[in-house]
Design a protein around this ligand. Structure first.
Ligand SMILES: NC(=O)c1ccc[n+]([C@@H]2O[C@H](COP(=O)([O-])OP(=O)(O)OC[C@H]3O[C@@H](n4cnc5c(N)ncnc54)[C@H](OP(=O)(O)O)[C@@H]3O)[C@@H](O)[C@H]2O)c1
Length: 249
């Protein structure tokens, strides 16, 4: 099994990279904006599972299209097909960017930046990796979305940019699922909700999380990996939660 974890340098992505090795991946490609500085780089260097050149770290920033093209070209030079791709890039706040509580907080540049980071990476990767996705091999092409990206589930409001960018991600992946089905009958495209997970992204917002509902990254990765294991082509184009349920868009 050849696996790509985009954003596998830390957080849920790092746990997914370790999960992929434990599942016996022959080749594992892990991307991060600065791979040498990513926690996964030192962690996997000390892992027995990562020996024998199974793991390749590549730089990739989803806001830099040239870096997507370059990383995918290196993958295409190394393997003829990919069996599992999981894209994890996501941000909620950073520097001056904060999740908006009210319409007065909206700023065009922040809205656009979250859209670029949260929504666009997976389909640009799919474009570059298309020859490795085509065929009749079993394939899971997934991106980590979020329940708050569900339009029908939106009863609280707020978090305009994050919600809208994850809703856009869901729509882009749904559209991809239809096209991919024409070139790989055994492919499954999925967006995934990991639950509330103890990572840098959720740290400032963990206060109201009920006891037992804040997952470790390892637990979330285990759940998501198993969800993907159970999905086939008949499940393509949907948003799946960590517990296997389907979240309506
Ligand atoms: N934690 C939660 O409770 C929760 C809940 C629902 C959904 N999610 C989603 O889960 C995903 C993973 O988040 P996390 O919780 O693991 O948070 P995290 O530890 O902050 O990780 C964020 C990931 O996004 C990557 N990333 C950010 N900006 C990027 C860019 N411009 N280009 C490429 N990669 C970029 C980071 O890569 P670098 O190493 O390059 O920085 C990192 O791998 C996100 O999509 C998030 O929206 C998380």
């Amino acid at each position: 099994m050849n696996v790509l974890i985009q954003g596998g340098g830390r957080g849920i992505g790092m746990a997914l990279a370790e999960r992929a090795l434990a599942a016996g991946a022959n080749r594992l490609f892990v991307t991060a904006r600065d791979p040498q500085a990513a926690p996964a780089h030192s962690k996997l260097a000390h892992s027995k599972l990562a020996s024998d050149d199974r793991v390749t770290f590549l730089p990739l920033d989803v806001t830099d299209e040239a870096s997507i093209t370059a990383a995918c070209a290196q993958i295409a030079d190394s393997v003829p097909q990919l069996d599992r791709v999981i894209c994890t890039a996501g941000m909620l706040q950073q520097g001056d960017i904060r999740p908006e509580k009210r319409v007065a907080d909206l700023r065009q540049d922040n809205l656009l930046h979250l859209y670029q980071v949260n929504a666009l990476g997976p389909v640009l990767l799919a474009r570059e990796l298309w020859p490795l996705l085509k065929g009749d091999h079993k394939l899971h092409f997934a991106a980590i979305s979020a329940r708050v990206g569900s339009i029908s589930d939106n009863r609280l409001g707020g978090w305009y940019a994050y919600r809208a960018s994850k809703a856009a991600l869901n729509q882009l992946m749904r559209t991809l699922s239809i096209e991919l089905a024409r070139v790989n009958p055994n492919g499954c495209v999925a967006t995934l909700h990991p639950g509330t997970v103890d990572t840098n992204l959720s740290k400032p917002f963990q206060g109201g999380v009920p006891a037992g509902k804040l997952f470790t990254a390892d637990h979330a990765a285990d759940c998501l990996w198993q969800v993907l294991d159970r999905l086939g082509p008949e499940d393509t184009g949907l948003l799946h939660a960590y517990d296997g349920s389907v979240i309506p868009y």
